[in-house]
Design a protein around this ligand. Structure first.
Ligand SMILES: [Zn+2]
Ligand SMILES: [Zn+2]
Length: 338
C-alpha cells in the first residue's frame, strides 16, 4: 500500500488509519503507541497505550498510575497486531525504554525512530537499524555543525573541574529523564565513586532506573540544612539538578556554585553564555549530523521522512544523495533539551 495511507501526519500526531492508532500523539487519543517517556512524546490521557514496559513505568512515575485506561506493554521485538496492522518496537538508544516503532501492513513497512542516538549509552539498549520502505527520522541536531564530541571526554572534563576548583559546588543541569542518569553512569565509568548529590526532582526517576537494573552508585539528596559547616559539605562536589535550577535561588545556597549544563546544545557557545553556564558539557541523547546521515545510509529506505527539528537540511542532504525525502512538519514536539 502507499506509505501515506499507512501513516500520515495529523494535528494530533502521526496517524495510522488501518490500525486506528497514533504514534506519540500530542493530544489525547483512543489508542497510542509511545516511543519513549519524554513529556512531549508521552502525554497522559490516552485510552490505550502500547509501549515498552520501561516507558509505561516512566509514565506511571510522571503522571501517576491512572495515566491511561489500558496499558499494553510489549518487549523489544515482540510482534503484535493492532486492528490487523503488524507492530513491533526496536531499541532507539535514546533513554531507558526508548523504542522505534515498526508498522507493517500489506507489504509496506514504516519505521518511526522517535528520538534516537547511535553512540553507546550505559543506561539503555543500543539503537538497531531496521530495513524499511519509509524511515521517519528525527532531526533535532540536523545541521552539519552539530557533531557531538566523545562522551567520556565530557565526563572527564567535569571531574577535572571538581579537582581544579575544590571549593566550588558543581551544579550540573541535566534533564530528569535520561540525561541525569546517563551523566551519572558516565562519571562512574570514569572512576568517580564519591556520592553524587541529586536535586529532589531527580529522585523518583533515579530510583526507577535503579529498580529497572541501571546502577547509579551512591546518591545523596542535595539538601542543605541550616547550620554551621553545612555549606562546606558541597565544596568540590557534583550536584545534579534540573537545568532551570542552576540559576535559581536554590543554587545560591551552595558554596560558590559553578553552573554546568549537560546538553547537545552546549556545542553552541552562545547558548551556554545565555544560560550563564560556566562549564558546558556536550552530552546529547539525540543523533548528531553524522549519526543521522550514517543511519539513513545504513537503513537505506526507499523514502525518508524527516520530523522534529532541522528538517530542511536533512531533506536537502538526502535529495543531493538522490534519495526521495520530505519534511513532515509535525507540531507539538519540543525537545527536552530546550
Ligand atoms: Zn526524547
Ligand atoms: Zn523528542
Amino acid at each position: 500500500m502507499k506509505p501515506e495511507a499507512l501513516l500520515h501526519p495529523t494535528p494530533a500526531g502521526l496517524y495510522c488509519p488501518p490500525g486506528d492508532f497514533y504514534i506519540d500523539p500530542v493530544a489525547p487519543v483512543g489508542r497510542a503507541i509511545i516511543t519513549h517517556g519524554h513529556a512531549d512524546h508521552a502525554r497522559a490521557g490516552h485510552g490505550a497505550v502500547l509501549a515498552t514496559p520501561e516507558t509505561l513505568a516512566i509514565m506511571a512515575v510522571r503522571y501517576g498510575e491512572m495515566f491511561t485506561e489500558k496499558r499494553q506493554p510489549i518487549a523489544y521485538g515482540e510482534v503484535v497486531e493492532v486492528n490487523g496492522v503488524t507492530v513491533w518496537l526496536v531499541p532507539a538508544g535514546h533513554v531507558l525504554g526508548s523504542a522505534q516503532a515498526v508498522v507493517e501492513h500489506k507489504g509496506t513497512r514504516i519505521v518511526t525512530t522517535g528520538d534516537y542516538k547511535r553512540r553507546r549509552d550505559p543506561t539503555c539498549a543500543q539503537f538497531e537499524p531496521v530495513p524499511c520502505d519509509v524511515l521517519i527520522s528525527e532531526a533535532t541536531f540536523g545541521l552539519p555543525v552539530f557533531v557531538h564530541p566523545p562522551t567520556d571526554g565530557e565526563a572527564r572534563k567535569l571531574i577535572a573541574s571538581t579537582e581544579q576548583f575544590p571549593e566550588r559546588a558543581h551544579l550540573v543541569g541535566a534533564y530528569a529523564l535520561g540525561k541525569a542518569q546517563r551523566l551519572i553512569c558516565h562519571l562512574r565509568e570514569e572512576g568517580y565513586d564519591k556520592p553524587i548529590f541529586i536535586h529532589g526532582a531527580m529522585k523518583k526517576l533515579c530510583d526507577l532506573y535503579e529498580e529497572l537494573g541501571v546502577p547509579l552508585g551512591p546518591l545523596e539528596p542535595a539538601t542543605i540544612e541550616k547550620g554551621k559547616g553545612e555549606k562546606d559539605r558541597f565544596a568540590g562536589e557534583i550536584v545534579v539538578c534540573p537545568p532551570a535550577a542552576i540559576q535559581s535561588t536554590w543554587a545560591r545556597r551552595f558554596p560558590d556554585p559553578l553552573p554546568a549544563f549537560a546538553s547537545g546544545w552546549m556545542r553552541v557557545r552562545q547558548r551556554a553564555k545565555q544560560r550563564g553556564v560556566e562549564l558546558p558539557i556536550i552530552m546529547s541523547d539525540h543523533a548528531d549530523w553524522n549519526e543521522l546521515t550514517d543511519t539513513v545510509e545504513e537503513v537505506d529506505p526507499s523514502e525518508l521522512w524527516v520530523t522534529h527539528g532541522r528538517e530542511d537540511a536533512l531533506v536537502r542532504w538526502a535529495e543531493l544523495q538522490g534519495r526521495k525525502a520530505k519534511a513532515l512538519h509535525l507540531v507539538g514536539y519540543e525537545d527536552e533539551n530546550e
